[in-house]
Design a protein around this ligand. Structure first.
Ligand code: ADP
Ligand code: ZN
Length: 301
């Protein structure tokens, strides 16, 4: 069995694993994200120790990272986290650190693109070629897979920062995005809900009026994604979507907003299979990174 490394590089925690699929994880480690040298050092050690102990080599290591990241192989900053506001992490060189430290080829993508790919390999988007994975948590981010591959384009999608109609009569909240104020993330992320209600999102009851507002913003964003990207499915994950009452609310609002214009059974009839929760659970990030390594380094033939 060919083995791959996967790294979920998150702003609060790192998860590293070695294996080939959800049924074949040989080793796994999780630790908090501190400063870059210490954090990356621990991750490099994990892979090195495994290779030394088992005398196995890895075909490649996939990284799904918080961003923004530079994914353009022609750029001098390729393989780095770029302009993150996270203290100490701006222009941290991920690819080079792991290539040097483990003598293994490395492929980097955004955390959401990697999670999207993992859901396509083993989860809620199996056998689909064109779909979106959106996470609504501490931030809001989206991954896009087209023709079976993560989409980059100019940089990579930043779906959390789309602008949405915001009625200040219905919702006087200004929003908390440091760049845009009331973009999607500024209005609808977990911390935005907390800032608006003065209570942690997870402590609010299912009947709290903020969920109606939340479902409205999510539905507006999804409507825009449907109209711009025409995905075959949209997977909605992240801590906020633990409020499962949001799913039927969002589905109904998307149908109302599109108003019959997108003439597809997936939207008109079976929208409960079009807007869905993820299936990979706790390991989605790191499995996505392994999927990325497999897709990139799996020898042909
Ligand atoms: P991260 O985005 O940091 O990777 P999560 O996806 O778990 O992590 O998102 C954390 C955010 O989700 C926090 O703002 C938290 O308040 C919110 N959250 C977590 N659980 C719930 C819940 N059950 N209901 C509503 N919000 C939640
Ligand atoms: Zn923003």
């Amino acid at each position: 069995m060919r083995l791959y490394g996967g790294i979920e590089a998150g702003g609060t925690k790192f998860v590293c694993a070695i294996g080939s699929s959800p049924e074949d994880i040989r080793s796994e480690v999780r630790f908090p994200t501190t400063e870059p040298a210490e954090t990356l050092g621990r991750a490099v050690d994990f892979f090195r120790q495994y290779m030394i102990k088992t005398r196995n080599r890895l075909e490649g290591i996939g990284i799904g990272s918080f961003g923004p990241v530079d994914l353009d192989p022609g750029s001098p900053d390729y393989g780095k986290i770029t302009t993150t506001p996270k203290a100490g992490w701006a222009f941290t060189d991920l690819c080079h650190t792991f290539e040097q430290g483990t003598a293994t080829p490395v492929i980097l993508d955004t955390d959401t693109n990697a999670a999207a790919l993992g859901e396509g390999f083993w989860g809620a988007a199996r056998d689909l070629r064109d779909y979106v994975y959106l996470t609504i948590g501490t931030g809001i981010g989206g991954g896009l897979v087209t023709h079976g591959k993560p989409h980059h384009g100019l940089i990579h999608p930043e779906m959390g920062h789309v602008r949405l109609p915001h009625s200040r009569e219905e919702d006087p909240f200004d929003g908390i995005c440091p760049f845009h104020g009331d973009c999607f993330e500024g209005l609808a992320s977990g911390p935005a809900i907390q800032a608006r209600t003065q209570q942690p999102a997870e402590s609010l009851p299912a009947y709290h009026p903020v969920w109606e507002l939340e479902a409205n913003y999510i539905a507006l964003a999804l409507t825009n994604l449907v109209c711009t990207l025409s995905p075959q499915r949209i997977i909605l994950g992240g801590g906020v979507m633990q409020q499962t009452q949001l799913f039927p609310m969002v589905r109904m609002k998307v149908q109302l907003m599109l108003n019959g214009y997108i003439h597809a059974p997936a939207i008109l009839e079976t929208i409960d299979q079009f807007i869905v929760p993820p299936r990979l659970g706790q390991r989605a990030g790191v499995l996505g990174a392994i999927a990325l390594a497999r897709q990139t380094f799996h020898p042909k033939g």
